[in-house]
Design a protein around this ligand. Structure first.
Ligand code: CMC
Length: 387
């Protein structure tokens, strides 16, 4: 039926035109709306980048102030929605809790796909409420009381307090940690048509509401080959430390594909030279651990692992380099987050990108419902035996 190519994993098929993010995988270039990631990481803030991704231009001072203020006023989560967490087991993975609760936001808010004001309000609600919800997933797993947001704090400061503050004691935000987290969120904010973003776009192409679409994106991000890699990297590093097998032996097992073991945090579908985000994250890892006075042997193992892999023909010939997830876990751990929260942090960072891409799919006149073809390889027609 007109099908001419089969493309597992969409390695060679563009599903859309997009004006949001540019990547040159051979040169290690990443730009949001034309602005290089290095410049944004150095001189911008996460909410400014969120505006840039969603609206296509840098905000004016007034626009950014208004956007920030609106987000601040929507950080509360409906008291009834909080009860959802009571129905979930404390050992549930925070990513499952996050996708459930963000999907549940759609039960509270009407968000007509074709009403730009409603979409703007849903954009604000998502950016404002997702960090609150994420902190509740964290608190639930700790068995601690949920905190109310403190709107005198910045976006990231508020998030840190919601996670690490308690009802019993005041919480002092470390400004270096807050700035580092803001920068990490910027580095995750969009990455064109990756698996979770493509999921958001595919669900969005059916005209489903934005909350359901983002919830689907969170589910796609959960997997260890995608956002879940940051948690998997830390498990890998801790495993190497605990087993005492040493980096060289571990790398040999990866090369021999023993039990399908991979070097997590290495390799990328698009970057075949280096991942520019990984470079920036590595700088942050050194800076944050130094600032916090943390000496984590896992950082030493990560550096040795990177060095060993970069000198090994298996990785060099396959163009496998550290990706964004390789060093983030070490930083999040130093900040005090448990490994199961790492991918949740990725989701908070990726949220503006998902929103921008969802809006693009719903405003581009060329958009159509996504509907891939298949190559049927099952049984030819056969008849039920006479009965
Ligand atoms: N460790 C060992 N070998 C690897 C790795 C790895 N991390 N990544 C790829 N390879 C090998 C793979 O086995 C294959 O070898 P061969 O040709 O002998 O069969 C070759 O390299 C090509 O790999 P591929 O699986 O065809 O590449 P892909 O583009 O389909 O997959 C990837 C990309 C990111 C899923 C993969 O590199 C991977 O699984 N990496 C580890 C997980 C990870 O770190 N994911 C985070 C990606 S970046 C952030 C994000 O998107 O969330």
């Amino acid at each position: 039926t007109g099908l001419t190519t089969l493309d597992y994993g969409f390695v060679n098929t563009a599903s859309t035109a997009s004006a949001i993010t540019y990547i040159d995988g051979d040169e290690g270039i990443l730009r949001y709306r034309g602005y290089p990631i290095e410049q944004l990481a150095a001189g911008s803030s996460f909410l400014e980048v969120a505006w840039l991704l969603v609206y296509g231009e840098l905000p004016t001072v007034d626009e950014l102030a208004d956007f920030t203020e609106r987000i601040r006023r929507h950080t509360l989560v409906h008291e009834d929605l909080k009860q959802l967490f009571g129905a979930l087991p404390y050992h549930a993975h925070p990513m499952s809790m996050l996708s459930s609760a963000v999907g549940a936001l759609g039960t509270y808010y009407e968000a007509d796909v074709d009403d730009p004001e409603a979409v703007d309000l849903a954009t604000i609600r998502l950016l404002a409420k997702m960090p609150t919800i994420a902190s509740y997933a964290h608190k639930k797993s700790l068995g601690q009381a949920f905190l109310y947001p403190d709107n005198s704090l910045s976006y990231v400061e508020n998030f840190l307090r919601l996670n690490f503050g308690t009802m019993a004691e005041p919480y002092e935000v470390n400004p270096v940690v807050a700035r580092a987290l803001d920068r990490l969120l910027i580095l995750h904010a969009d990455h064109e048509q990756n698996a979770s973003t493509s999921t958001v776009r595919l669900v969005g192409s059916t005209k489903a509401n934005i909350f359901s679409s983002i919830s689907a994106g969170i589910s796609a991000l959960y997997g260890p080959l995608h956002g879940g890699a940051n948690e998997a990297v830390l498990e890998m590093l801790a495993g190497i430390q605990e087993s005492g097998e040493g980096v060289k032996k571990f790398v040999e097992r990866v090369k021999n594909k023993e039990d399908g073991v991979k070097l997590m945090g290495f390799g990328h579908r698009v970057y075949k030279n280096y991942d520019p985000r990984a470079k920036l994250v590595k700088e942050s890892a050194d800076a944050v651990l130094t600032e916090l006075g943390v000496h984590d042997p896992l950082l030493d193992i990560a550096k040795e692992l990177e060095q060993t892999a970069l000198e090994d023909d298996y990785f060099v010939s396959r163009k496998l380099y550290p990706n964004v997830d390789f060093y983030t876990g070490v930083i999040y751990k130093a900040m005090g987050f448990p490994p199961r929260m790492f991918t949740v942090l990725f989701a908070i960072g990726r949220l503006p990108g998902w929103i921008a891409q969802w809006r693009e799919v719903n405003t581009d006149p060329a958009s159509k419902i996504g509907r891939p073809q298949q190559l049927y390889v099952g049984a030819a027609k056969r008849d039920l035996p006479a009965r």
